[in-house]
Design a protein around this ligand. Structure first.
Ligand SMILES: Nc1nc2c(c(=O)[nH]1)N[C@H]1C(S)=C(S)[C@@H](COP(=O)(O)OP(=O)(O)OC[C@H]3O[C@@H](n4cnc5c(=O)[nH]c(N)nc54)[C@H](O)[C@@H]3O)O[C@H]1N2
Ligand SMILES: Nc1nc2c(c(=O)[nH]1)N[C@H]1C(S)=C(S)[C@@H](COP(=O)(O)OP(=O)(O)OC[C@H]3O[C@@H](n4cnc5c(=O)[nH]c(N)nc54)[C@H](O)[C@@H]3O)O[C@H]1N2
Ligand code: SF4
Ligand SMILES: [Mo]
Length: 668
């Protein structure tokens, strides 16, 4: 049989945004490979995506619209036609708008697909409708805030810069799971003699490639960074030339902040002994080009923005930015390269409507005062599983007066609560344009196969809804590819220019960086702002996380073989993942009288979750680890990890605080 190879991009919320080669035979995907021509991902894929065809052609795919026939949450539905589904939605919304106004309707979307058209397809529709708006700060806005407080809009280092580093610090990132292609550069650096440290709260799978693993008490990394700075200054290890030319506020930090962070005190906050902190400071200062990869884990705490801000100051003290291979990489921001506003169309907002923070969605759903939310439209997100405070979210989704529509590829925990379920395409069935947050490539993807069953893309469904709601704008009458053509034709603002015409045909292009970008600082002072006068706290300091009154910190870390709640459809991966575990140190297990393999309940004031206990020395005492966000049908009990996490927000940028959670554990 003949087959074709088509280019595409991995659509998932992962910094790598891999280039794919898709083998298509008779309209079906038979094989998915990495694209060797992709400048960053270089032809390899993670274990989740090497069999993407098993997701695309999964027997669990939703293939037709469904109407609820049983109580909410039970998953009892009957098939209906697309025409009926759209008519029912439009009729319901028409009534709600007439009775209560369009603010009674709320969209909920997040990061099921990262292409700029399909991801944002609902924005123009809901702005035009006048619906309530969603503040999408679930992932790592505090990390972005902390970085910007110091570096402004200075571009992050190119990820391959790490190859020239001689000390690589993986700080709060389980790189092997979440950013696997970055490890190519780390391994290159190691071949050239670099040392690798991992700073985490437990020994993640990434510990295997680290020369040194440093386990900190959760939420205390800001104090560790300040302790290292204290020693750098005390022992005369700073780069005075770099500081005097490129840094604002060093003297104020030295005089007003650092004396409070002697290694002994920092040791009591972080759990790392004073001698180790001194040694880390000396090794950091004596490295020729130290490179820090800042993960998002440590930003998901009540002090998350300040923690990232503090770590971001470190390279400046030793002048690491001036050296090839030196610096710090948080996330890569190439948003400004593409005219995303041509998709989101904020100009369709005629009157600003209320804004609801996604972390507090359940509050909005459960609040019956004022103008309650009476309809929720969920697309490319699984809020019943991924949002904090799951019991409250499920309570909200169970409300009889809430008309819920879920546009999904699978019968997720959220879809079970829908009144109407709409089947969604996978990325290989629709077109889009992708940028990445872990490298500087941009790539266009064309649909590789026709939609499976009656699935429709986000863009196509919003065009149908726009017509049903009587929107006359020609904007809603174009194909996704036409919109992509338009976006590319008006995208011209990348710092060093970019030739987007080269994207036609589906090959990736890499946005280039000016040669001096690591020492030209895009801040108001044009310096690295250790002191930022625009901040309520102009200088960094250690803030405590929220914490709870319970004995164990709960790390709700990413799973190697899943991505948030995606990939729960894949029996091949589930088989390798084993049961939904709670990892615990042998000492803690002995004190609690718990055995490896037994069912246990982790609990706190917000909820209870049943896990299978895995006793392991890779987790320190006082910490327990639950990797992955599972579908409840895959869980040993009725709830999954987010029944334990809280709606509390980060210090800045209203982000999630998933890791800032404590629990107790008992036998089931
Ligand atoms: N396989 C896989 N890949 C993924 C994802 C996934 O779920 N699975 N998720 C995707 C998404 S949405 C994102 S945002 C990125 C996430 O990528 P990042 O957030 O950059 O990195 P993670 O690996 O999630 O970082 C979490 C790590 O932080 C650690 N950590 C938690 N608290 C602390 C702390 O206080 N201090 C320190 N030093 N470490 C701490 C956790 O133990 C964990 O190892 O990855 C993406 N890629
Ligand atoms: N406890 C805990 N909770 C977490 C995290 C954690 O580390 N721990 N991570 C958090 C982070 S960083 C993030 S980013 C969020 C992610 O939260 P979400 O964005 O909700 O991500 P997923 O769980 O991957 O769910 C995405 C859903 O979109 C569907 N989908 C995929 N493509 C399409 C499409 O084209 N159209 C439509 N309509 N649907 C599609 C998928 O089938 C999937 O069910 O979760 C957060 N929640
Ligand atoms: S999930 Fe990440 S590493 Fe895996 S294929 Fe997609 S972009 Fe690449
Ligand atoms: Mo995320």
């Amino acid at each position: 049989m003949t087959y074709e190879i088509k280019r595409s991009v991995c659509p998932y919320d992962c910094p790598d945004a891999c280039g794919l080669l898709v083998q298509v035979q008779s309209g079906n995907v038979v094989k998915v490979m990495g694209d060797p021509e992709h400048p960053f991902t270089r032809g390899t894929l993670c274990p989740k995506m090497v069999h993407y065809e098993k997701t695309v052609h999964s027997p669990l795919r939703l293939t037709q619209p469904l109407l609820r026939t049983g109580p909410k949450g039970t998953g009892d539905f009957r098939p209906i036609s697309w025409d009926e589904a759209i008519e029912r939605i439009a009729a319901n919304w028409g009534r709600l708008i007439g009775d209560y106004g369009a603010e009674a309707i709320l969209p909920c979307s997040y990061a099921g697909t990262m292409g700029i058209v399909q991801r944002n397809a609902g924005h123009p529709f809901f702005y035009r409708l006048g619906a309530s708006r969603l503040e999408r700060t679930l992932c790592s806005p505090a990390k972005e805030y902390g970085w910007k407080a110091v570096m402004g809009s200075t571009p992050a280092p190119h990820p391959d810069e790490v190859m020239a580093g001689d000390l690589v610090i993986l700080w709060g990132t389980n790189t092997l799971a979440t950013n696997i292609h970055f490890l190519h550069g780390v391994r290159e650096a190691k071949k050239r003699g670099a040392t690798v440290w991992l700073i985490d709260t437990y020994e993640t799978p990434t510990a295997g490639i680290a020369d040194r693993v440093c386990l900190v008490r959760p939420g205390s990394d800001g104090a560790l960074a300040l302790g290292i700075m204290n020693v750098l200054v005390r022992d005369g290890l700073i780069d005075e030339n770099f500081i005097s030319t490129y840094v604002q506020g060093f003297e104020e930090l030295k005089a007003g902040v650092l004396p409070g962070y002697r290694p002994e005190l920092v040791s009591s906050i972080t759990g790392i002994d004073a001698g180790t902190i001194e040694e880390m400071a000396h090794l950091y200062a004596h490295a020729r080009a130290p490179f820090i990869r800042i993960g998002s884990g440590l930003s998901r705490y009540g002090n998350g923005a300040m923690t990232v801000r503090t770590i971001t100051c470190l390279p400046a003290l030793v002048g690491a930015w001036a050296k090839p291979g030196g610096g710090a990489l948080g996330d890569i921001a190439t948003g400004s390269a593409l005219a995303v506003s041509e998709v989101t169309r904020e100009d369709f907002i005629t009157k600003p409507t209320r804004v609801i923070n996604i972390n507090r969605l359940s509050q909005a759903l459960n609040d019956l005062s004022g103008t309650p939310i009476r309809s929720l439209y969920v697309y490319h997100s699984n809020p019943a599983a991924v949002l904090p405070d799951q019991n409250k979210v499920l309570q909200g989704l169970s409300r009889e007066g809430l008309f819920t529509v879920v546009h999904e590829r699978f019968m997720t925990d959220t879809a079970r609560y829908a009144d109407i379920v709409l089947p969604a395409t996978t990325s290989l069935e629709h077109s889009d344009i992708y940028r990445a947050y872990g490298h500087y490539c941009v790539q266009r993807a064309y649909a590789a196969i026709p939609p499976v069953g009656q699935a429709r893309s986000n863009w196509d469904v919003f065009c149908l809804l726009a017509r049903a709601m009587g929107f006359a704008e020609p904007f809603f009458r174009q194909e996704a590819d036409e919109l992509i053509d338009h976006v590319l034709s008006v995208s011209k603002h990348w710092i060093a220019g970019a030739d987007f015409a080269k994207l036609q045909g589906g090959r990736p292009i890499e946005l280039s960086l000016p040669p001096d970008y690591k020492i030209v600082y895009k801040t108001p002072s044009q310096k690295i702002e250790i002191l930022n006068p625009a901040e309520a706290e102009p200088l960094p300091r250690y803030l405590e996380p929220h914490g709870d009154d319970a004995p164990f910190w709960l790390m709700t870390a990413p799973a190697l073989l899943a991505l948030n709640s995606s990939f729960n459809e894949r029996s091949d991966l589930l088989g390798k993942r084993g049961a939904m575990n709670l990892q615990m140190n042998p000492g803690d297990a002995a004190v609690k009288g718990l055995q490896d393999g037994q069912r246990v309940v982790a609990f706190n004031e917000r909820g209870e979750v049943t896990f299978v206990l895995k006793v392991t020395p890779q987790v320190p005492t006082g910490v327990v680890v639950a990797e992955g966000v599972w579908w409840s049908e895959r869980a040993p009990g009725v709830r999954t990890v987010n029944a334990l996490t809280s709606q509390r927000l980060t210090d800045k940028a209203a982000g999630s605080t998933f890791y800032d959670t404590k629990v107790d554990v008992r036998p089931e």
